[in-house]
Write a protein that binds this ligand. Structure first.
Ligand code: ATP
Length: 237
């Protein structure tokens, strides 16, 4: 069963069409990657799917809900990690997670907070203020925030951007584990190694149009390429 169904999505900014009628499905527990050059329409698509931007045309279904008519229902089952997300600088990491947890449930937030702390894995620094964190530490805290609710569907815009090799690997493993436990994931990335390692299927988007779609292995065969970076350079001219 598909968790997400996107049909002929069009999103305009004023008269400019940033996304020009894209369609794809994501199955339960699948990690689906959106890749493409700068300005291709990846973030726009993720923001639309997250209910933050309104659709101009097309349909999006997430589980049994329609995005246009039931955005409130959808907000309860999804989690969105923006590309440029920030956390409240004057709070400690722990206080930030607590603050966010209260949006989801009023009482007994400890389980959620502990899950966030476990994912962020910042050791004793979780009790330091966010403005003392490095870029990577902030990103880990935000990944913890995005996944602590064990969402049915997580939308992750460049989840490992700014992370060093080891931290990025750990976050990828966490994303994989969530998918194995049934979370459906839509992510964008400029890191083709990451995409190859993580994604069951990918869509290559350019100028607001999906120009290729499929399993990384199948695309490598189709384009006689050794890796997705080569596929990317052959498809995006
Ligand atoms: P990147 O890899 O650089 O993050 P992207 O694929 O995420 O790029 P988007 O941010 O979705 O691309 O942008 C798609 C197009 O829409 C670009 O041409 C961009 O300039 C335009 N765009 C994005 N946000 C706005 C906005 N708020 N107002 C007007 N145009 C916008």
């Amino acid at each position: 069963m598909s968790t997400v169904e996107i049909n002929n999505l069009i999103k305009k900014y004023g008269s400019f069409e940033a996304v020009k009628g894209i369609s794809f499905d994501i199955n339960e527990g699948e990690i689906f990657g959106l890749i493409g050059p700068n300005g291709a329409g990846k973030t726009t698509t993720l923001r639309v799917v997250s209910t933050l931007l309104q659709i101009n045309s097309g349909n999006i279904k997430i589980l049994e809900y329609d995005l246009k008519t039931q955005p409130d229902k959808i907000r309860k089952i999804i989690s969105y990690l923006p590309e440029d997300a920030g956390a409240y600088k004057t709070l400690t990491g722990r206080a930030y997670l607590k603050f966010i947890a209260k949006f989801f449930i009023e009482k007994n937030t400890n389980e959620l907070i502990n899950k966030g702390i476990e994912i962020a894995d910042l050791g004793s620094r979780i009790d330091d203020k966010v403005d003392t964190y490095s870029k990577g530490m902030k990103r880990r805290l935000l990944v913890g925030r995005a996944l602590m609710t064990k969402p049915k569907f997580a939308i992750l815009d460049e989840p490992t951007s700014g992370l060093d090799v080891i931290n990025a690997q750990e976050i990828r493993q966490i994303i994989k584990n969530f998918a194995q436990q049934g979370t459906t994931i839509l992510l964008s990335s400029h890191n083709m190694l990451e995409v190859e390692y993580l994604c069951h299927r990918i869509a290559l988007i350019d100028n607001g149009i999906i120009i290729e779609k499929g399993k990384p292995k199948d695309l490598m065969i189709k384009y006689k390429s050794n890796n997705i970076e080569e596929v990317f350079t052959k498809v995006v001219k």
